[in-house]
Design a protein. Structure first.
Length: 82
């Protein structure tokens, strides 16, 4: 009775492969290859990414402090008010 949801379209010239979840290994070579590879990628990109982020943070925090300073009223302007 009708087409099943997973088979709604017929796609030609596309080959799909599947592997049973029971045959897969969730974390193969995680400690021997995964962590060293993560460290290598992090260390090669750190000096490319970190300086712009640090500069942006310093400018942003300086801008917020300057805005708050300029937003305050000058107490010397109101010394003689009664």
């Amino acid at each position: 009775m009708g087409i099943h949801f997973g088979n709604l379209a017929r796609v030609r010239h596309v080959i799909t492969y599947s592997l049973s979840p029971f045959e897969q290994r969730a974390f193969p070579n995680y400690f021997s290859k995964g962590i060293p590879n993560t460290w290598r990628r992090f260390s090669t990109q750190f000096f490319r990414v970190a300086p712009p982020l640090i500069i942006a943070y310093v400018i942003y925090s300086w801008g917020n402090e300057e805005f708050e300073r300029l937003k305050r009223k000058n107490p010397a302007d109101y010394e003689n008010d009664v």
